[in-house]
Design a protein around this ligand. Structure first.
Ligand code: BGC
Ligand code: IFM
Length: 490
């Protein structure tokens, strides 16, 4: 899966985003701001020049207020005006794709490239004045500024979960149905965006540290600390992190709800963003995922599934229980939980969960799974569905990129970093070790990891070309060469 099919699928998602497939609709979807930024995470190592161009194209569809065209057409590179500016997670994914590219390539020049905003005309013969770094700064500032009543980031029309629409509410107490449409000025909030912001802010801190701009790094850290405090004071529900607050300020993904009490996305992003790491909540939140959401076919998106249409939550409640975002297994967000377990050093759980959505592990139930056993599916029907275990929409899904990150950087622990290749695995304790050949910035790293004590994580010794090396980051040689790396866990 990792060497061949996963990367082949990453190439497909990079090229096609979510358009031109037998599952999605023709050219209607174009390139998604959110989707294509995430697809890059599984592509930057393959053809970095194409990744560079794509990042700049995407950035140019950001609007000058910080929001983005949600989709753009690849040939004209023009945003689709009918779906612009109202998904308040979009801009943050640009931070992830850009820093992934720079970590992989070391190419800092991309930060100074003029991009321009989609709504600001550039006179003929001139270049745009805003650079990619300006776009990252604007993305950071936008989320910090656009907050709701709990000081959490506002969600806009919808966050990553595109069909949960929190900005609708009935103004008539007894009205049971009203056409869903955002109520102007409503201030629904997203806990997932708060976690994603924490992660993105952490990336900005490390980028500025690498650029040797300590004042800017401190400024980013202040934003991080501010959001972390809000997350811990407003979004902890007792056993897990809440998912959102709707337009009336009521929690979504809380024990006080009768349906949709616990959601997967906010648990993953809280931990990836660094919440709950010093107060036991990260472990507790992931234990709650295991208790309420995990199944042998993957982790369902929320529980209990919605059984009736609810205006305050929108389209998500119109899907049958166990299907798609309504308590289906969305493989894409499963990978955030895999990575969160890697943050906690729990390689057994990360790998067990990975296998539960891995298509090549479905051979003995292929009559139930019913899709290709070599590319990830977007969803697998959840335990509330009559067709539990049946996969849907293979190929064009963010699962491809994120699972490549899980396997290569989370479990095998080979992480491209600004100063070299960091090797810090998180594997099942039963593994004796593994070997990997990784090409990185022109050199070839021959990596052997040994696990004599059968632990999951923790590096006891690193050797480079036979010599003991302090730390886990392998520097890049001045001239392209072969580097032999031996890592002993324990
Ligand atoms: C997904 C659907 C989702 C839709 C919302 C599609 O990519 O396949 O599950 O409802 O996006 O626009
Ligand atoms: O995050 C979205 C994505 O943008 C399109 N497909 C569905 C995902 C989850 O709703």
């Amino acid at each position: 899966m990792l060497n061949t099919w996963n990367q082949y699928q990453c190439m497909a998602t990079f090229n096609l985003s979510r358009s031109a497939s037998l599952f999605e609709t023709g050219i209607g979807r174009g390139m998604g701001f959110r989707d294509s930024n995430q697809d890059l995470l599984g592509f930057v190592h393959m053809i970095p020049e194409r990744a560079r161009a794509r990042i700049l194209d995407i950035a140019a569809t950001q609007l000058s207020d910080g929001t983005c065209y949600h989709q753009y057409q690849p040939l004209t590179k023009q945003g689709n005006a009918d779906v612009g500016g109202d998904f308040y997670d979009d801009h943050l994914w640009l931070v992830l794709s850009t820093t992934a590219y720079v970590r992989e390539t070391g190419d800092l020049s991309i930060l100074d490239e003029p991009c321009g905003y989609a709504d600001v005309a550039v006179p003929d013969g001139q270049v745009a004045t805003s650079t990619l770094l300006d776009h990252l700064e604007l993305s950071f500032a936008y989320t910090l500024a656009m907050r709701g009543p709990h000081d959490l980031p506002r969600s806009g029309h919808a966050d990553w979960s595109v069909c949960r629409h929190l900005n609708c509410f009935s103004t008539e107490p007894n009205e049971s149905f009203q056409l869903a449409g955002d109520v102007e000025g409503s201030q629904a909030e997203s806990v997932m965006i708060a976690g994603l912001f924490l992660y993105a802010a952490g990336e900005m801190v490390r980028l500025y540290e690498h650029l040797e701009r300590p004042d800017d790094a401190r400024r980013m850290m202040a934003g991080y600390d501010d959001m972390l405090a809000v997350m811990e004071t407003q979004a902890w529900d007792g056993e897990w992190y809440t998912r959102a607050f709707d337009a009336t300020g009521a929690p979504v993904g809380s024990q006080i709800n009768d349906e949709g009490q616990i959601y997967i996305e906010s648990q993953g992003w809280a931990v990836l963003g660094g919440a709950g790491l010093t107060n036991g909540r990260a472990r507790r939140a992931l234990d709650s995922v295991a208790e309420h959401l995990a199944t042998e076919n993957g982790i369902v998106l929320q529980q209990p599934a919605y059984t009736r249409y609810q205006l305050e939550l929108g389209e998500i409640t119109s899907y049958p229980p166990g299907v798609k975002e309504n308590a289906g297994i969305f493989c894409h967000n499963n990978s955030w939980i895999h990575l969160a377990h890697c943050v906690l050093g729990d390689g057994d759980r990360a790998f067990e969960y990975y296998l539960s959505v891995c298509p090549s592990a479905k051979q003995d139930q292929i009559d139930t799974y019913r899709l290709e056993p070599y590319v990830y599916a977007q969803t697998i029907d959840g335990k509330d569905s009559l067709t539990f275990g049946q996969a849907k929409n293979s190929w064009l899904t963010g699962t491809a990129a994120w699972t490549f990150v899980v396997l290569s950087q989370g479990i095998l622990g080979i992480k491209p970093d600004y100063d070299g290749l960091r090797i810090d695995p998180c594997i099942p304790a039963t593994w004796d070790g593994f070997e990997v050949t990784r090409r990185f910035r022109g050199s070839t790293f021959q990596i052997a990891v040994r696990n004599p004590d059968h632990v999951s994580s923790g590096v006891r010794e690193t050797r480079i070309n036979g010599e003991v090396h302090t730390g886990t980051t392998i520097p890049v040689p001045d001239a392209p060469s072969r580097v032999s790396v031996e890592v002993t866990l324990g």
